[in-house]
Design a protein around this ligand. Sequence first.
Ligand code: NAD
Length: 368
Amino acid sequence: MPTPVSGQIRVGIIGAGLIGQLHSMMLRYVADRTEQSVRVVSVADVSHPAAESLAARWQGAKALESAEEIIADPSIDAVWICTPTAMHLKVCIAAASAGKHIFCEKPLAMTATEASAMAAAIKASDVISQVGLVLRFSPVYNVIKAMFEQPDVGKLLSVTMRDDQDFPTRGAHASAWRNDPLLTAGGTLIEHSVHDFDLLTWMFGPVTSLYCRTRNLNGADGVEDFGATSMEFAGGCHGQLTSIWHRMIARASNRRLEVFAENLFAASEADTLGPIVFQRGSGANEETIAADIVMAKFTENILRERPYLAPIKDRLMIPYAAEDATFVAALKGACEPDPEFAAGVSVQRMVEAAYQSARSGVPVQIKS
Ligand SMILES: NC(=O)c1ccc[n+]([C@@H]2O[C@H](COP(=O)([O-])OP(=O)(O)OC[C@H]3O[C@@H](n4cnc5c(N)ncnc54)[C@H](O)[C@@H]3O)[C@@H](O)[C@H]2O)c1
Protein backbone atom coordinates (compact mmCIF):
# COMPACT_ATOMS: atom_id res chain seq x y z
CA MET A 1 0.00 0.00 0.00
CA PRO A 2 1.47 3.40 -0.95
CA THR A 3 1.98 5.79 1.95
CA PRO A 4 -0.16 8.94 1.73
CA VAL A 5 1.56 12.33 1.65
CA SER A 6 1.77 13.99 5.04
CA GLY A 7 1.63 17.80 5.14
CA GLN A 8 1.28 20.02 2.09
CA ILE A 9 1.55 18.10 -1.21
CA ARG A 10 4.42 19.51 -3.30
CA VAL A 11 3.69 19.18 -7.02
CA GLY A 12 5.79 19.42 -10.17
CA ILE A 13 3.97 20.02 -13.45
CA ILE A 14 5.80 18.56 -16.47
CA GLY A 15 4.61 20.24 -19.68
CA ALA A 16 3.24 23.78 -19.39
CA GLY A 17 0.97 23.81 -22.45
CA LEU A 18 -2.80 23.76 -22.68
CA ILE A 19 -3.51 20.97 -20.22
CA GLY A 20 -0.62 21.76 -17.85
CA GLN A 21 -2.03 25.26 -17.46
CA LEU A 22 -5.52 23.89 -16.90
CA HIS A 23 -4.35 21.50 -14.17
CA SER A 24 -2.48 24.36 -12.52
CA MET A 25 -5.73 26.34 -12.38
CA MET A 26 -7.60 23.33 -10.95
CA LEU A 27 -4.90 22.77 -8.31
CA ARG A 28 -5.29 26.42 -7.33
CA TYR A 29 -9.04 25.87 -6.83
CA VAL A 30 -8.31 22.81 -4.70
CA ALA A 31 -5.54 24.54 -2.70
CA ASP A 32 -7.69 27.57 -1.95
CA ARG A 33 -10.50 25.36 -0.66
CA THR A 34 -8.43 22.86 1.38
CA GLU A 35 -6.22 25.15 3.50
CA GLN A 36 -3.46 25.01 0.86
CA SER A 37 -3.19 21.20 1.07
CA VAL A 38 -1.39 21.25 -2.28
CA ARG A 39 1.10 23.58 -3.97
CA VAL A 40 2.83 23.67 -7.37
CA VAL A 41 6.53 24.14 -6.56
CA SER A 42 8.12 23.49 -9.99
CA VAL A 43 7.14 23.58 -13.63
CA ALA A 44 9.27 21.96 -16.35
CA ASP A 45 8.94 22.59 -20.06
CA VAL A 46 11.42 22.36 -22.92
CA SER A 47 10.19 25.86 -23.74
CA HIS A 48 11.58 28.00 -20.92
CA PRO A 49 9.13 30.89 -21.48
CA ALA A 50 6.25 28.40 -21.14
CA ALA A 51 7.67 27.04 -17.86
CA GLU A 52 8.33 30.56 -16.57
CA SER A 53 4.90 31.86 -17.40
CA LEU A 54 3.16 28.96 -15.62
CA ALA A 55 5.56 28.91 -12.64
CA ALA A 56 4.90 32.64 -12.15
CA ARG A 57 1.34 31.78 -11.12
CA TRP A 58 2.63 30.05 -7.94
CA GLN A 59 4.66 32.08 -5.50
CA GLY A 60 8.24 30.84 -5.37
CA ALA A 61 7.72 28.07 -7.97
CA LYS A 62 10.77 27.16 -10.07
CA ALA A 63 10.76 27.20 -13.88
CA LEU A 64 12.84 24.29 -15.19
CA GLU A 65 13.64 22.96 -18.65
CA SER A 66 13.53 19.23 -18.12
CA ALA A 67 11.37 16.62 -16.45
CA GLU A 68 14.57 15.10 -15.02
CA GLU A 69 15.12 18.18 -12.83
CA ILE A 70 11.67 17.79 -11.27
CA ILE A 71 12.12 14.05 -10.85
CA ALA A 72 15.51 14.55 -9.16
CA ASP A 73 14.07 16.97 -6.58
CA PRO A 74 13.50 14.94 -3.39
CA SER A 75 11.12 17.57 -2.01
CA ILE A 76 8.54 16.92 -4.75
CA ASP A 77 5.79 14.45 -3.82
CA ALA A 78 3.79 14.18 -7.04
CA VAL A 79 4.02 15.04 -10.74
CA TRP A 80 1.36 15.90 -13.29
CA ILE A 81 2.58 14.58 -16.68
CA CYS A 82 1.24 16.97 -19.33
CA THR A 83 3.73 16.61 -22.19
CA PRO A 84 2.84 15.42 -25.70
CA THR A 85 1.92 11.73 -25.65
CA ALA A 86 5.27 10.36 -26.93
CA MET A 87 7.08 11.62 -23.81
CA HIS A 88 4.72 10.07 -21.25
CA LEU A 89 6.48 6.66 -21.11
CA LYS A 90 9.99 7.90 -20.31
CA VAL A 91 8.83 10.57 -17.84
CA CYS A 92 6.41 8.23 -16.08
CA ILE A 93 8.92 5.41 -15.63
CA ALA A 94 11.60 7.81 -14.34
CA ALA A 95 9.12 9.48 -11.97
CA ALA A 96 7.86 6.14 -10.64
CA SER A 97 11.43 4.92 -10.09
CA ALA A 98 12.09 8.08 -8.08
CA GLY A 99 9.03 7.38 -5.92
CA LYS A 100 6.91 10.28 -7.20
CA HIS A 101 3.15 9.88 -7.23
CA ILE A 102 1.85 10.34 -10.78
CA PHE A 103 -1.12 11.94 -12.49
CA CYS A 104 -0.71 11.26 -16.22
CA GLU A 105 -2.74 12.73 -19.04
CA LYS A 106 -4.50 10.51 -21.56
CA PRO A 107 -3.73 8.63 -23.68
CA LEU A 108 -1.21 7.05 -21.34
CA ALA A 109 1.22 6.23 -24.12
CA MET A 110 1.88 5.64 -27.81
CA THR A 111 0.85 1.98 -27.55
CA ALA A 112 -0.89 -0.37 -25.11
CA THR A 113 2.43 -2.16 -24.56
CA GLU A 114 4.00 1.10 -23.43
CA ALA A 115 1.00 1.85 -21.22
CA SER A 116 1.33 -1.59 -19.58
CA ALA A 117 5.03 -0.94 -18.93
CA MET A 118 4.10 2.32 -17.21
CA ALA A 119 1.48 0.58 -15.06
CA ALA A 120 4.03 -2.11 -14.13
CA ALA A 121 6.62 0.52 -13.12
CA ILE A 122 4.02 2.21 -10.95
CA LYS A 123 3.06 -1.05 -9.29
CA ALA A 124 6.71 -1.91 -8.63
CA SER A 125 7.39 1.51 -7.10
CA ASP A 126 4.24 1.51 -4.98
CA VAL A 127 3.23 5.05 -5.91
CA ILE A 128 -0.27 6.50 -6.20
CA SER A 129 -1.40 7.08 -9.80
CA GLN A 130 -4.37 8.36 -11.76
CA VAL A 131 -5.05 8.84 -15.48
CA GLY A 132 -6.77 11.89 -16.98
CA LEU A 133 -9.94 10.19 -18.28
CA VAL A 134 -11.90 13.25 -17.31
CA LEU A 135 -15.30 12.45 -18.88
CA ARG A 136 -16.02 10.23 -15.87
CA PHE A 137 -16.45 13.50 -13.94
CA SER A 138 -18.85 15.09 -16.44
CA PRO A 139 -22.12 16.00 -14.64
CA VAL A 140 -24.37 15.14 -17.59
CA TYR A 141 -22.88 11.66 -18.13
CA ASN A 142 -23.04 10.86 -14.43
CA VAL A 143 -26.74 11.73 -14.40
CA ILE A 144 -27.47 9.70 -17.57
CA LYS A 145 -25.52 6.74 -16.13
CA ALA A 146 -27.63 6.86 -12.96
CA MET A 147 -30.85 7.01 -15.05
CA PHE A 148 -29.95 3.76 -16.86
CA GLU A 149 -29.00 2.03 -13.60
CA GLN A 150 -32.63 2.16 -12.41
CA PRO A 151 -34.16 -1.37 -12.44
CA ASP A 152 -37.35 -0.35 -14.31
CA VAL A 153 -35.57 0.74 -17.52
CA GLY A 154 -35.38 -2.79 -18.89
CA LYS A 155 -32.58 -4.10 -21.09
CA LEU A 156 -30.13 -1.66 -22.61
CA LEU A 157 -30.54 -1.68 -26.41
CA SER A 158 -28.33 0.89 -28.07
CA VAL A 159 -25.84 3.66 -27.43
CA THR A 160 -24.92 6.20 -30.11
CA MET A 161 -22.24 8.81 -29.59
CA ARG A 162 -20.69 11.49 -31.79
CA ASP A 163 -17.53 13.31 -30.74
CA ASP A 164 -16.42 16.23 -32.90
CA GLN A 165 -13.65 18.78 -32.77
CA ASP A 166 -11.76 21.06 -35.14
CA PHE A 167 -8.55 19.29 -36.31
CA PRO A 168 -6.56 20.14 -33.18
CA THR A 169 -3.50 21.94 -34.51
CA ARG A 170 -4.86 25.46 -34.30
CA GLY A 171 -7.05 27.64 -32.10
CA ALA A 172 -7.02 26.44 -28.48
CA HIS A 173 -5.09 23.33 -29.59
CA ALA A 174 -2.41 25.12 -31.62
CA SER A 175 0.34 22.50 -31.21
CA ALA A 176 1.98 20.87 -34.22
CA TRP A 177 2.74 17.63 -32.34
CA ARG A 178 -0.89 16.49 -32.75
CA ASN A 179 -0.21 15.92 -36.47
CA ASP A 180 3.22 14.31 -36.01
CA PRO A 181 3.04 10.51 -35.94
CA LEU A 182 6.26 10.38 -33.91
CA LEU A 183 4.71 12.42 -31.09
CA THR A 184 0.99 11.56 -31.18
CA ALA A 185 -0.42 8.07 -30.62
CA GLY A 186 -2.72 8.54 -33.66
CA GLY A 187 -5.62 10.76 -34.63
CA THR A 188 -9.15 11.36 -33.46
CA LEU A 189 -9.69 7.79 -32.15
CA ILE A 190 -6.85 7.72 -29.63
CA GLU A 191 -6.17 11.39 -28.95
CA HIS A 192 -9.79 12.42 -28.41
CA SER A 193 -12.17 9.47 -28.51
CA VAL A 194 -10.04 7.62 -25.96
CA HIS A 195 -12.28 9.58 -23.57
CA ASP A 196 -15.41 8.21 -25.31
CA PHE A 197 -14.30 4.57 -25.39
CA ASP A 198 -13.54 4.86 -21.67
CA LEU A 199 -16.81 6.66 -20.92
CA LEU A 200 -18.98 4.13 -22.78
CA THR A 201 -17.43 1.13 -21.02
CA TRP A 202 -17.56 2.94 -17.66
CA MET A 203 -21.27 3.66 -18.22
CA PHE A 204 -22.43 0.48 -19.93
CA GLY A 205 -19.89 -2.26 -19.17
CA PRO A 206 -17.24 -4.11 -21.16
CA VAL A 207 -17.16 -4.38 -24.95
CA THR A 208 -16.56 -7.85 -26.38
CA SER A 209 -15.92 -6.99 -30.04
CA LEU A 210 -15.68 -3.99 -32.29
CA TYR A 211 -15.50 -3.07 -35.94
CA CYS A 212 -13.99 0.22 -37.08
CA ARG A 213 -13.46 2.22 -40.27
CA THR A 214 -11.21 5.28 -40.41
CA ARG A 215 -10.55 7.99 -42.96
CA ASN A 216 -7.71 10.43 -43.27
CA LEU A 217 -8.31 13.69 -45.13
CA ASN A 218 -6.20 16.30 -43.33
CA GLY A 219 -3.78 14.40 -41.10
CA ALA A 220 -0.31 12.97 -41.63
CA ASP A 221 -0.03 9.21 -42.19
CA GLY A 222 -1.43 7.49 -39.10
CA VAL A 223 -3.28 10.59 -37.86
CA GLU A 224 -6.86 9.84 -38.90
CA ASP A 225 -9.54 12.51 -38.76
CA PHE A 226 -12.56 10.21 -38.94
CA GLY A 227 -13.44 6.97 -37.19
CA ALA A 228 -16.70 5.01 -37.13
CA THR A 229 -16.68 2.26 -34.52
CA SER A 230 -19.42 -0.32 -33.93
CA MET A 231 -19.21 -2.16 -30.63
CA GLU A 232 -20.95 -5.12 -29.03
CA PHE A 233 -21.25 -4.82 -25.26
CA ALA A 234 -21.08 -7.91 -23.04
CA GLY A 235 -24.60 -7.06 -21.84
CA GLY A 236 -25.98 -7.39 -25.41
CA CYS A 237 -26.28 -3.70 -26.20
CA HIS A 238 -24.96 -2.28 -29.51
CA GLY A 239 -22.80 0.85 -29.56
CA GLN A 240 -21.90 3.23 -32.35
CA LEU A 241 -19.22 5.89 -31.93
CA THR A 242 -18.48 8.47 -34.63
CA SER A 243 -15.25 10.41 -34.08
CA ILE A 244 -14.61 13.46 -36.23
CA TRP A 245 -11.88 16.06 -36.56
CA HIS A 246 -13.41 18.60 -38.97
CA ARG A 247 -12.19 21.93 -40.32
CA MET A 248 -14.68 24.33 -38.66
CA ILE A 249 -12.56 26.29 -36.23
CA ALA A 250 -15.47 28.33 -34.88
CA ARG A 251 -17.35 25.15 -33.86
CA ALA A 252 -16.66 24.26 -30.22
CA SER A 253 -15.52 20.74 -29.41
CA ASN A 254 -18.60 18.74 -28.34
CA ARG A 255 -20.32 15.39 -28.05
CA ARG A 256 -23.80 14.00 -28.60
CA LEU A 257 -24.93 10.92 -26.70
CA GLU A 258 -28.16 9.03 -27.28
CA VAL A 259 -29.12 5.93 -25.29
CA PHE A 260 -32.09 3.55 -25.60
CA ALA A 261 -33.18 0.93 -23.12
CA GLU A 262 -36.49 -0.94 -23.44
CA ASN A 263 -38.31 1.64 -21.28
CA LEU A 264 -36.11 4.72 -21.42
CA PHE A 265 -34.64 7.03 -24.05
CA ALA A 266 -32.19 9.76 -23.03
CA ALA A 267 -29.99 12.08 -25.08
CA SER A 268 -27.74 15.04 -24.56
CA GLU A 269 -26.23 17.48 -27.05
CA ALA A 270 -23.66 18.94 -24.66
CA ASP A 271 -20.94 16.99 -22.90
CA THR A 272 -20.69 18.79 -19.56
CA LEU A 273 -24.00 20.08 -18.21
CA GLY A 274 -26.60 18.91 -20.70
CA PRO A 275 -29.59 19.51 -20.79
CA ILE A 276 -30.87 15.93 -21.04
CA VAL A 277 -33.92 15.09 -23.15
CA PHE A 278 -35.65 11.87 -22.10
CA GLN A 279 -38.80 9.80 -22.57
CA ARG A 280 -39.85 7.11 -20.13
CA GLY A 281 -42.15 4.07 -20.35
CA SER A 282 -45.43 4.64 -22.13
CA GLY A 283 -45.37 8.42 -21.52
CA ALA A 284 -46.33 10.16 -24.75
CA ASN A 285 -43.93 13.09 -24.53
CA GLU A 286 -40.25 13.83 -24.28
CA GLU A 287 -39.25 15.75 -21.17
CA THR A 288 -36.17 17.84 -20.43
CA ILE A 289 -33.82 17.96 -17.46
CA ALA A 290 -32.43 21.50 -17.59
CA ALA A 291 -28.71 22.10 -17.05
CA ASP A 292 -29.16 23.52 -13.54
CA ILE A 293 -31.15 20.42 -12.51
CA VAL A 294 -28.49 18.16 -14.07
CA MET A 295 -25.93 19.99 -11.94
CA ALA A 296 -28.04 19.70 -8.78
CA LYS A 297 -28.55 15.93 -9.30
CA PHE A 298 -24.85 15.42 -10.07
CA THR A 299 -23.76 17.38 -6.99
CA GLU A 300 -26.06 15.38 -4.73
CA ASN A 301 -24.90 12.02 -6.17
CA ILE A 302 -21.19 12.72 -6.35
CA LEU A 303 -20.98 14.17 -2.86
CA ARG A 304 -22.73 11.04 -1.55
CA GLU A 305 -20.26 8.77 -3.43
CA ARG A 306 -17.20 10.98 -2.97
CA PRO A 307 -17.66 13.08 0.20
CA TYR A 308 -14.03 14.22 -0.02
CA LEU A 309 -15.06 16.48 -2.95
CA ALA A 310 -17.18 18.68 -0.62
CA PRO A 311 -14.52 21.43 -0.34
CA ILE A 312 -14.76 22.10 -4.10
CA LYS A 313 -18.55 21.81 -4.37
CA ASP A 314 -18.71 25.27 -5.99
CA ARG A 315 -16.40 24.02 -8.81
CA LEU A 316 -17.96 20.62 -9.53
CA MET A 317 -19.32 21.91 -12.84
CA ILE A 318 -15.70 21.72 -14.10
CA PRO A 319 -14.85 18.03 -14.59
CA TYR A 320 -11.08 18.74 -14.42
CA ALA A 321 -11.56 20.26 -10.94
CA ALA A 322 -13.28 17.11 -9.63
CA GLU A 323 -10.61 14.96 -11.32
CA ASP A 324 -7.71 16.83 -9.70
CA ALA A 325 -9.45 17.10 -6.33
CA THR A 326 -9.92 13.32 -6.40
CA PHE A 327 -6.22 12.74 -7.00
CA VAL A 328 -5.28 15.22 -4.26
CA ALA A 329 -7.64 13.40 -1.87
CA ALA A 330 -6.04 10.08 -2.89
CA LEU A 331 -2.59 11.50 -2.19
CA LYS A 332 -3.80 12.42 1.30
CA GLY A 333 -5.16 8.89 1.81
CA ALA A 334 -8.82 10.02 1.82
CA CYS A 335 -9.83 7.75 -1.11
CA GLU A 336 -8.52 5.48 -3.84
CA PRO A 337 -7.28 7.27 -6.98
CA ASP A 338 -9.93 7.01 -9.70
CA PRO A 339 -9.58 6.23 -12.55
CA GLU A 340 -6.37 4.32 -11.95
CA PHE A 341 -3.76 3.48 -14.57
CA ALA A 342 -5.41 0.10 -15.22
CA ALA A 343 -8.32 1.97 -16.84
CA GLY A 344 -5.85 3.85 -19.06
CA VAL A 345 -4.21 0.59 -20.15
CA SER A 346 -7.49 -1.14 -20.83
CA VAL A 347 -8.92 1.70 -22.94
CA GLN A 348 -5.67 1.94 -24.89
CA ARG A 349 -6.01 -1.78 -25.74
CA MET A 350 -9.55 -1.14 -26.90
CA VAL A 351 -8.58 1.75 -29.20
CA GLU A 352 -5.72 -0.35 -30.55
CA ALA A 353 -8.27 -3.03 -31.39
CA ALA A 354 -10.25 -0.36 -33.29
CA TYR A 355 -7.15 0.54 -35.32
CA GLN A 356 -6.50 -3.15 -35.95
CA SER A 357 -10.06 -3.56 -37.23
CA ALA A 358 -9.72 -0.48 -39.47
CA ARG A 359 -6.53 -1.93 -40.98
CA SER A 360 -7.86 -5.45 -41.46
CA GLY A 361 -11.45 -4.60 -42.39
CA VAL A 362 -12.84 -7.24 -40.01
CA PRO A 363 -14.24 -7.14 -36.45
CA VAL A 364 -11.79 -7.66 -33.59
CA GLN A 365 -12.55 -9.51 -30.36
CA ILE A 366 -11.61 -7.71 -27.15
CA LYS A 367 -9.96 -9.91 -24.53
CA SER A 368 -11.15 -9.12 -21.03
N1 NAD B 1 -7.72 15.37 -20.75
C1 NAD B 1 -7.90 16.25 -21.69
O1 NAD B 1 -8.99 16.74 -21.89
C2 NAD B 1 -6.72 16.68 -22.53
C3 NAD B 1 -6.81 17.85 -23.28
C4 NAD B 1 -5.71 18.25 -24.03
C5 NAD B 1 -4.55 17.47 -24.02
N2 NAD B 1 -4.51 16.31 -23.30
C6 NAD B 1 -3.28 15.48 -23.29
O2 NAD B 1 -2.30 16.20 -22.55
C7 NAD B 1 -1.03 16.06 -23.16
C8 NAD B 1 -0.49 17.44 -23.51
O3 NAD B 1 -1.38 18.10 -24.40
P1 NAD B 1 -1.48 19.70 -24.49
O4 NAD B 1 -2.75 20.00 -25.17
O5 NAD B 1 -1.23 20.33 -23.18
O6 NAD B 1 -0.27 19.99 -25.47
P2 NAD B 1 0.50 21.37 -25.63
O7 NAD B 1 1.25 21.29 -26.91
O8 NAD B 1 -0.43 22.51 -25.42
O9 NAD B 1 1.53 21.36 -24.40
C9 NAD B 1 2.57 20.42 -24.28
C10 NAD B 1 3.74 21.11 -23.58
O10 NAD B 1 4.75 20.14 -23.32
C11 NAD B 1 6.01 20.72 -23.60
N3 NAD B 1 6.99 19.66 -23.82
C12 NAD B 1 7.25 18.96 -24.96
N4 NAD B 1 8.19 18.03 -24.72
C13 NAD B 1 8.51 18.13 -23.42
C14 NAD B 1 9.44 17.43 -22.58
N5 NAD B 1 10.19 16.43 -23.05
N6 NAD B 1 9.55 17.82 -21.29
C15 NAD B 1 8.81 18.84 -20.80
N7 NAD B 1 7.92 19.54 -21.55
C16 NAD B 1 7.77 19.17 -22.84
C17 NAD B 1 5.76 21.61 -24.80
O11 NAD B 1 6.78 22.61 -24.95
C18 NAD B 1 4.39 22.20 -24.46
O12 NAD B 1 4.48 23.41 -23.73
C19 NAD B 1 -1.22 15.12 -24.34
O13 NAD B 1 -0.97 13.79 -23.97
C20 NAD B 1 -2.71 15.29 -24.67
O14 NAD B 1 -3.27 14.14 -25.31
C21 NAD B 1 -5.56 15.93 -22.54
